[in-house]
Design a protein around this ligand. Structure first.
Ligand code: UDP
Length: 238
């Protein structure tokens, strides 16, 4: 597959066109940002971990019937994906309290929920990705009611599948962020990435954080955490 011109550079990835108008190449960088780009840094080897983890998890989800943008891993940092128009909703799924949930509602981190909590935020950097509900998303025409129904259903299935996978790795899936996109024919598929940048992953035995919170919160051992979560994944992925 021929890598052609760069069409986009985000905080953690570059995206290139290919000879096929329906396919793109994603190239994962080691750059890390937090707090809407206010904190910047580099995490050596992160691009490799995020590429390989995201691909392994998307392959797993495909097997469970969730359509994803994943096509083929091309190198340790590059993956061929289907071109989509991203639905401007960040879908957050929470199994335990943490992060902005704990802050907003004044509760400690690590409280398990009886049912997963799904949250939407409007994917808009200039506005700081504000939280919104289904009515807001419909009023803003970010997605149709049918699409929101599909997104909720896929998100809950993805949560069950990933909780079970990470559980076998001795890891608690605290929360994560998903993005969906529409292909040329309007089909909704899972896009973006599933990685320690977009998930909270805690060692089930010790509670140790094995995700980007080590960078956000200056906890140290950032590279080591990415390497450790990758080791856990590779020991279990097929
Ligand atoms: N998240 C993300 N991108 C964002 C915001 C959140 O990937 O722009 C992920 C984050 O890594 C965590 C989950 O979504 O796993 C929930 O994040 P939260 O709303 O608690 O926000 P934070 O505390 O990270 O600002």
């Amino acid at each position: 597959m021929q890598k052609k011109e760069q069409i986009y550079e985000g905080k953690a990835k570059k995206v290139f066109a290919t000879d096929d108008p329906e396919l793109l190449i994603v190239d994962y960088k080691d750059d890390a940002t937090a707090f809407n780009g206010q904190k910047k840094g580099t995490i050596a080897g992160k691009g490799v971990v995020n590429n390989r983890m995201s691909n392994a998890l998307m392959r797993l989800l495909e097997k469970k019937g969730i359509p994803t943008h994943f096509v083929r891993e091309l190198s340790e940092r590059e993956t061929l994906v289907k071109r989509v128009r991203i639905v401007p909703l960040e879908v957050i799924v929470r199994n335990l309290s943490a992060g902005s949930f704990s802050k907003r509602y004044g509760v400690e981190e690590g409280i398990p929920f009886e049912m997963p909590v799904i949250e939407f935020s409007y994917k808009n950097d200039a506005l700081g990705d504000p939280l919104l509900n289904t009515d807001h998303a419909l009023a803003l025409k970010l997605a149709t009611a049918e699409e929101i129904g599909i997104i909720r259903s896929y998100s809950l299935q993805i949560d069950r599948c990933l909780q079970s996978f990470w559980g076998e790795c001795g890891v608690t899936l605290v929360d994560f962020k998903l993005e969906f996109g529409r292909t040329a024919d309007g089909t909704l598929i899972l896009a973006d990435e599933i990685s320690p940048d977009t998930c909270r992953l805690w060692d089930s035995a010790t509670g140790e954080k094995l995700d980007k919170d080590r960078f956000r919160r200056d906890l140290g051992g950032v590279e080591e955490a990415y390497a450790e979560i990758m080791r856990r994944l590779e020991a279990h992925a097929e």
